[in-house]
Design a protein around this ligand. Structure first.
Ligand code: GUN
Length: 306
């Protein structure tokens, strides 16, 4: 018999966001086909103000994926110096347009525009980002509403990886409105015990070492390494940080992947982990928005409109 002394544990397996997002996109495509046979044609309007290069890429990918699954996508662009009134006018038009089921305003907006005013101008039933206060409140109360796309995508990755999450201790690192807070709420609804760690937490690594599930969403490249993790933890890295060096640009997460995978049991890579899930859940939300609108009797687009 051979006894291995000091055997190094197996490295974590990758959680494949590309493959899991492909499952979600297939689900959306199938439902779009069913709806089209009923002469219902879900549509997503995406508004970009200005020409931020990263936002341009995100918007292009969202529109492309929408078309791939058969969702009608409408692109609206306003100049960097567009006034807040112009943005609000366009949103009012899209709210009133029965051919539009989902409205997404790409963030960040130019500094002279009040982001909260824009988010809250979107009709909550078309708010496919799930950022409107009515949807945020509904999420906290466990009512079926439109839920932010990145946290929804992370939950799917966790369910595919761990199955039932009940009783697990989850630590969310970061408390943003877009990811940290809704993520903590969704984990709580999945019966996890949830801690939120942030910049004022005392000994964040020690808190994180208690976690079965770690979700990192702080925007600090490589902050979380093996020393933050309990052996066997499942790690979801939401960070997408662009690092420039002499050899070019590369994307890294908030987790030091090489270090963390020596301790974790499963981990999302960057890129190829959470990123593709966000778009897949945006399209899923467009279908949910269209369903919610039908449920309250809002007339859907007639074939002649599409
Ligand atoms: N900018 C970065 N992430 C997001 C997102 O999830 N939604 C919108 N609207 N803008 C973003």
């Amino acid at each position: 018999m051979t006894i291995l002394l000091n055997a190094t544990p197996a490295p974590a397996r990758d959680i494949d966001g590309k493959a899991i997002s492909a499952l979600v996109l297939d689900e959306v495509r199938e439902e779009v086909e069913v709806l089209s046979r009923q002469q219902i044609f879900p549509a997503l309007a995406v508004l970009l103000v200005g020409a931020d290069p990263a936002s341009e890429v995100y918007v292009r990918n969202k529109l492309l994926r929408a078309r791939e699954v058969g969702i009608r996508s409408l692109e609206y662009r306003l100049a960097e110096n567009a006034s807040q009134a112009e943005v609000l006018d366009l949103i009012a038009q899209l709210n009133a347009d029965i051919t539009v089921n989902g409205i997404l305003v790409q963030l960040p907006l130019p500094a002279h525009i009040d982001e909260a005013a824009v988010i809250h101008a979107i009709d909550p039933i078309k708010d496919v980002d799930g950022f409107h206060r009515e949807n945020v409140g509904g999420l906290v109360q466990g009512i079926e509403v439109l839920t932010p796309c990145t946290p929804s995508g992370c939950m799917r990755l966790l369910h595919e990886t761990c199955g039932d999450l009940s009783g697990k201790h989850a630590v969310v690192i970061g408390r943003s409105n877009i990811v940290g807070k809704p993520m903590a709420t969704l984990l709580l609804q999945a019966d996890c015990s949830v801690s939120v760690v942030h910049s004022r937490s005392v000994d964040a690594p020690a808190l994180c070492r208690l976690a079965d599930i770690v979700v990192a969403a702080v925007g600090r490249p490589g902050l979380i390494d093996a020393s933050w993790l309990k052996p066997g933890a499942v790690v979801i890295d939401v960070g997408i940080n662009r690092i420039s060096s002499e050899s070019g640009n590369r994307l890294v997460g908030d987790v030091d992947y090489a270090s963390a995978r020596t301790v974790a049991s499963a981990i999302t890579p960057v890129p190829g982990g959470v990123g593709p899930m966000t778009i897949a859940y945006l399209l899923k939300n467009t279908l949910i928005a269209s369903q919610l609108q039908r449920a309250v009797g809002i007339r859907q687009a007639e074939p002649a409109f599409v």
